[in-house]
Design a protein. Structure first.
Length: 134
């Protein structure tokens, strides 16, 4: 099934879900140290392998991190080619002073916000959906 591309439909159906747990962003010279750790997302950069993983996994592996995030999934099935969704939710969160780090999956967008901003971010995203429910 193809993902949704209509911005109006996407915003109306954001349906944010707060995943349980705390998540850490870590950077490694390579992935060998990860072993069988539960990696949520990764990307290779010139400086190293950036990974997002449950905080308890980072602690277990002795990985350094300085940012602990909450993970919010927008459960609407957004197409990778959709235009404007990231800008819309990023703007709504920015207007509330909430930093947001985004990972696009094949079916959904995943937002990582500071742990202490999780409830406020959820309320902001739910309001964004309500404001677009025509």
């Amino acid at each position: 099934m193809a993902g949704e591309t209509s911005l109006a439909v996407l915003l109306r159906n954001l349906s944010p879900h707060l995943n349980p747990g705390d998540y850490a962003f870590c950077c490694l010279s390579d992935g060998a140290r990860l072993g069988n750790a539960e990696v949520i997302a990764s990307i290779r950069e010139p400086e190293g392998l950036s990974v997002v993983l449950p905080r308890h996994e980072a602690d277990r592996l002795g990985l350094a991190y300085d940012y602990v995030a909450a993970w919010i999934t927008l459960t609407v099935h957004s197409a990778l080619s959709a235009v404007g969704l990231t800008a819309a939710f990023a703007n709504a969160l920015a207007n509330q002073g909430i930093s947001c780090n985004v990972v696009a999956g094949f079916h959904h967008d995943h937002l990582f916000v500071a742990r202490e901003d999780a409830a406020h971010a959820m309320a902001t995203l739910q309001q964004l959906a309500r404001d677009n429910d025509a």
